[in-house]
Design a protein around this ligand. Sequence first.
Ligand SMILES: [Cu+2]
Length: 372
Amino acid sequence: MKMKKTTSKSASNKTSKPVKKPVKIMKTNKISSTPITIYQEEKSSKLFENSKEILLAAVCVLVIFYVALMASMPRKEVIDQMKNGQVANEQRTGDQTVSLTILPEGSTQMTQAVSGTQQKPAVSTMPHNEMVAAGGPDSTVEAGKRLVFKIDKFQKLATQPLKFNLYDEKGAEITPDYLETQHDYKVHFVLVSADLRSYQHLHPDYRNSVWNVSANMSQPGSYFAYVDIEPVKGDAVVLRKELVVRTATNLKDVKYPGLTKDLKAIVKDVTAVASPDPSTLNRPSNMNFALTRGGKAVNDLKPYLAAFGHVVVLKQGAPELYLHLHPGNIVDETKAIVPFTATFSSAGRYTAFAEFKIGKDVLTFPITFDVP
Ligand SMILES: [Cu+2]
């Protein structure tokens, strides 16, 4: 965290300065009109000497208080930096990159486009759409060999301990040392049920030579795991794997969530209203989320994983299409309107899972909308 350079080091030096005694001012007492003035001057100059010390002490106290306050409240600063489109790298080491790159399997064109624009920017609150727009909109996610689960078929309807390994293009294992931290974690693990009715965003641990995470898979059917990582060398990538509880889901038979009425989702006491505007395919379009409580803008929106919000967008029936968006700058925090941009390449029905930290809770708002 950045500290203001104001310190108290010079504050006490001045107290050792010799105090000049006022000289014989009472002499002038004879003049009736002036003594009071002079006496007052004398008094005020003494007062001034004392008040200097008081003032210095007060300044010290204020500086100490300020420093303590800044140390205990990094959030405000993070917010300010985020408003300015920066992220507190000092505080969140390695948090310099946008979290996801969306690469189709074996597409060199995409890889080039993405690496051309990504270049490990120092700013991570830039909306992902830049990358997506450059690399191609709602692209496919690499599936297959690079994300390998110890077990990918389950019988129990339960929270399952999942274990997996990650590999690079050459088949070498990707351990934590080979990963950048992005948005506070080395691995972001999104698990979505095939019917898009269950969504989890988790953060696995690497233990005993394997990544571990527990995920709720209490419904039968397929789940899609998306692992987003940014290798130290190479581009960020999203890897995908289908996990099956009992029987795989036939995507043609899935009853997906219908269009969300008024594009409004309510979780706890918070209402999120999305305003996607995907009027033009293949171009970045705005997608704002307005967060309210009791009809008023929420006043306790907090940064979460180094952003003011995270939106994962999936196309119904197309698990290979995946967008992960982060907001740009929040222009007016008091309005609690979080601006995202997304680029869609194909018409259809999409479900967005928008995560916001509001107060102490991270709330996920699912909103289904159409891209005409
Ligand atoms: Cu995110």
